[in-house]
Write a protein that binds this ligand. Structure first.
Ligand SMILES: [Zn+2]
Length: 155
């Protein structure tokens, strides 16, 4: 039945279940790709610095969200991060109860933005402002994905 035809009897209403094969390819963008390359090759986080407002951002991005100007200056982040916020997740992706996982929002002094990742320590050991550093995969195993970061652990 074409979609423009009206149903006069409820018994005419039908539905069917099927699937539409769709395939997506997302890119990380220019700055995102540079961030991924830096992570893969050196294990460091790439930041962008705005020439106008002097703010720095992690992960690297092309445009300053405050000034809307292109940020051309990038450099690897040298400082350790700190726990800005955290939460404990007690369920897995399907909603089933599972082992508690502590998820951190890691920020870096003098840099806007942050990295969200797992904590590699007991939840009782985490506190706001605690210094953390990333644990990465071995250089030959890295692919340039955020999964190259295994976790963050207290320094
Ligand atoms: Zn700016």
């Amino acid at each position: 039945m074409p979609i423009l035809e009206k149903i006069s009897q409820p018994s005419q209403a039908r539905h069917w279940t099927d699937s539409i094969p769709l395939e997506y390819h997302y890119t990380a963008g220019v700055a995102g790709e540079a961030f991924r390359q830096e992570l893969k090759e050196t294990g460091r986080f790439l930041i962008s610095k705005c020439a106008k407002c002097k703010n720095s951002y992690v992960p690297a991005r092309m445009f300053c969200p405050s000034c809307f100007v292109e940020m051309k200056e990038t450099k690897p982040l040298e400082k350790p991060g700190y726990v800005y916020s955290f939460t404990v997740v007690n369920r897995n992706r399907t909603g089933e109860p599972g082992e508690p996982v502590t998820i951190l929002l890691v920020k870096f002094e003098g840099v806007e933005g942050g990295i969200i990742h797992k904590l590699d320590a007991k939840t009782s050991d985490v506190s706001f402002g605690m210094r953390v550093s990333p644990t990465l995969k071995n250089p030959d195993e890295r692919t340039g994905a955020l999964t190259d970061i295994l976790s963050f652990r207290p320094i």
